[in-house]
Write a protein of this length. Structure first.
Length: 437
C-alpha cells in the first residue's frame, strides 16, 4: 500500500467487471431484487478462511452475535472482537441497560415504519438501536439496524419527503457476521437492503453511519476528465457532485469510464479538500467493492472492483482541511498510520450534534494486545452499538472492507474477516454519526 495508486506494493489496480450496478432497484420502484444478482466471480463478500468458531450463521439469525445478552463483551466477542484485551482503562464492558445516553442538542430522531416482514434489529439483537432517521444541516442520517423475519421483499421502509434523496443512492453497510452489504435509497423514499447471499442482509443490516445530502443542500457538479462520465443517464444516480455543510464535504452521484485507463476522474476545489490523503471503500459495478482515493490536492481517483464500469460516490463524507479535529489516544499497540501513508492521525470532532472521525491506524504484530484501539470521550459516544464499514488493507488485487465497532461506553474496535487486514491498515475516513445513534 502507498500514498498513490502507481502499482507495485501500492493499492490494487483496476479490474474489468461486466456491466452495470446490481440489477433490480436502480430503475424500479421498490421491486424485489433477484434471488442472485449477476456475478462474475468477484462478488463483494469474498470467501474467507476465517471460521467463527462455534458461532455459525444459520438461516436468518446469527447465533454467535448474541447481542441479546445486552452485554457489549458478548456482542463483540461474537463478531470476533476481543473485549477487555490490553491495558485500556475502559476495557471492561458495561451492560447496555446501565448506560446513560449523552445529552443531545438539537438532534431529533424519527422512527422508521418497517414493512415486508422487516423488524428492528432490537427485536433480536438488543443494543443496536431502533431504525430511525434525522436531518442535520441539510444532511440526512440513518441509524439502528433491521432484520427480516418473513418474506423476501428487500424494501424495508419508506422515508418521508423531507429525508428523501433527489437520486438513487447505493451505499455499503455492515451485514450479519461482518460481511459486506448494501443499502439502496430511492427518490420516492423506498429503502432496500441487499447482500450476497441475500440471507446476510436478512440476518442483520446496520444503518449506522449512513448519511447523504438532502435535496435542500446545494450541490456543485464535478468536472470529469480522462474519459470518465456521469452514470446518471443510465442508472438515475445523479451526476458526480459535492456539497459543503458545517465543515464537512459530501459527495454524491455516480460515474464510469467509457475510454482510457487513468484512475483520476476529477479535482475538488480548495474549499472541499481534505487535510490528509483518504482511502474509502465504495460500491462499484455488480456489488463489488472499489476504492476512492482523495488527495490533499483535491485529486480524485477511482479504482479496483468494478470502478471503471460503475462507481458510486453516495454516502462519502469527510471534514474540510481547516476543520478542527481531536486526536484519539490509541491503545493496545495500535499506532497512527500517518507516518506511513500520510492519511492523518486517528481523530474525532463533534459539531452540532454530529460526531466525525478521520485518519487511519495500524497495529504492528509486536506489542499487539487487542482489537480495541481507543475509547471516545463521553461527549462523542453513541447511545447504541454501531457497526460501520471501513476500508482495510487488502494484499490482493481486490479492495476489501472491515468494520469499525463503537460501543455506548466509547470503546472502538477495528475488525476484518481476515484479522491481519485491519491490523495492517484501517481507515476511519468517512465515518460519522449523530449523537443518539
Amino acid at each position: 500500500m502507498s500514498n498513490h495508486c502507481s502499482g507495485g506494493e501500492g493499492l490494487p489496480r483496476p479490474r474489468t467487471v461486466r456491466d452495470g450496478p446490481i440489477r433490480g432497484p436502480q430503475a424500479q420502484k421498490a421491486t424485489i431484487m433477484p434471488a442472485q444478482p449477476k456475478n462474475d466471480g468477484r462478488a463483494t463478500a469474498r470467501t474467507r478462511s476465517r471460521i467463527f468458531t462455534g458461532r455459525p450463521h444459520t438461516g436468518r439469525r446469527w447465533a454467535g452475535r448474541a447481542i441479546q445478552s445486552l452485554v457489549a463483551a458478548a456482542a463483540l466477542a461474537a463478531l470476533g472482537v476481543t473485549v477487555g484485551g490490553g491495558s485500556a482503562s475502559a476495557a471492561t464492558a458495561t451492560p447496555a441497560a446501565r448506560l446513560t445516553a449523552p445529552t443531545i442538542t438539537g438532534v431529533t430522531w424519527h422512527q422508521l415504519t418497517l414493512i415486508n416482514g422487516w423488524q428492528s434489529g432490537q427485536s433480536q439483537f438488543a443494543g443496536d438501536g431502533i431504525p430511525a432517521w434525522t436531518v442535520r444541516n441539510g444532511v440526512v442520517y440513518l441509524s439502528g439496524s433491521v432484520v427480516q423475519t418473513s418474506g423476501t421483499n428487500n424494501e424495508f421502509a419508506v422515508l418521508p419527503p423531507t429525508a428523501r434523496p433527489s437520486r438513487v443512492l447505493y451505499m455499503t453497510v455492515f451485514t450479519v457476521a461482518g460481511t459486506q452489504g448494501f443499502v439502496i435509497v430511492h427518490p420516492n423514499g423506498a429503502i432496500q437492503a441487499w447482500a450476497t447471499p441475500y440471507s446476510n442482509a436478512q440476518g442483520l443490516t446496520s444503518l449506522a453511519g449512513i448519511s447523504y445530502p438532502a435535496p435542500s443542500l446545494a450541490t456543485h457538479q464535478l468536472v470529469l476528465e480522462n474519459g470518465w462520465q456521469s452514470s446518471d443517464s443510465q442508472w438515475g444516480t445523479g451526476d458526480p457532485s459535492y456539497s459543503v455543510s458545517n465543515g464537512m464535504v459530501y459527495l454524491s452521484g455516480s460515474l464510469h469510464q467509457s475510454a482510457g485507463a487513468d484512475q483520476v476522474f476529477g479535482v475538488l476545489p480548495p474549499a472541499a479538500r481534505p487535510a490528509h490523503t483518504m482511502y474509502l471503500s465504495v460500491y462499484t459495478d455488480n456489488g463489488t467493492i472499489g476504492l476512492l482515493e482523495i488527495d490533499t490536492s483535491g485529486t480524485l481517483y477511482a479504482y479496483d472492483g468494478g470502478a471503471q464500469q460503475y462507481t458510486s460516490l453516495a454516502g462519502v463524507s469527510f471534514p474540510v482541511a481547516w476543520a478542527t479535529m481531536n486526536k484519539l489516544a490509541l491503545i493496545n499497540g495500535w499506532q497512527s498510520a500517518q507516518p506511513t501513508y500520510g492519511t492523518g492521525d486517528p481523530s474525532y470532532s463533534v459539531k452540532n450534534g454530529v460526531v466525525h472521525l478521520s485518519g487511519s491506524l495500524l497495529q504492528p504484530p509486536a506489542g499487539a494486545t487487542g482489537q480495541m484501539f481507543a475509547v471516545l470521550p463521553k461527549a462523542a459516544r453513541p447511545t447504541n452499538y454501531l457497526y460501520i464499514k471501513a476500508m482495510v488493507y487488502s494484499p490482493g488485487s481486490v479492495a476489501d472492507t472491515g468494520t469499525v465497532v463503537i460501543t455506548p461506553n466509547g470503546e472502538m474496535y477495528a475488525y476484518s474477516l481476515t484479522a491481519s487486514e485491519a491490523q495492517q491498515y484501517t481507515s476511519l475516513a468517512g465515518i460519522s454519526y449523530p449523537l443518539g445513534s
